[in-house]
Design a protein around this ligand. Sequence first.
Ligand SMILES: [Zn+2]
Length: 241
Amino acid sequence: MNAQIKLLIELQGMDKAIIEKNSFIEQAPKRIQEGEKSSRGARELMESVRKEHDSLLKQKRDMDSELEQMNQKIAKLKARTSDIKTNKEYQAHLKEIEAAEKEVFRYEDGILGLMEKIEASDRNLKTAAAASKEEEAKAEVVKKKLEGESGESRKELSVLMQKRADFAGKIETDVYELYMNLLEKHGGIAIARVRHEICGGCNMKIMPQLFVHVKETDEIYQCPQCDRILYYEEEAAEEPA
Ligand SMILES: [Zn+2]
């Protein structure tokens, strides 16, 4: 195999690692934001459930106080009973008490209904609060983990970049330029292994003659379809044909 191609294979390995580390570092803030977004969503849901719960509690307090007033009104009416002189007045008085007592029943029913709603809403609130707490903790774990890993990746990347810069100096300028152009053109893969007359870069078949050239000569050949630099490596014995 061409000595330059041997170097390129090693360089491609480094570039693959560099690209992966860069991509990880770039993606980390987005992944942290996704976790925070989901935590924010759970908190907003909990806040809306809490608002509803508070509103039910207020409705109940209002009804309790209206009920209390109505009971006081009935007590006052009953206290006045002994002052009543005529039967007509007495009948009217009884009707007033009866109407007030009906109101009391109405409030009591309303309060019972509200208590059921409050119980259900209390359960919803507890569930939403637990979910919000869980999402928040999860987002925090993801954030800490990714920030740590990102920091590590940055360090590894800087070592790798230095190693690559030193290594690239060994490669002939024109070969290196060709490689770099292809690397850019093909999103990070500039060289391709040929197996069974198929380019590993674009998966297209190459001419048998070209395959023989790649396999048996020391020249640099490119894939006619994707332009990647082609190389041949002996198949390991156990590999299926
Ligand atoms: Zn190809």
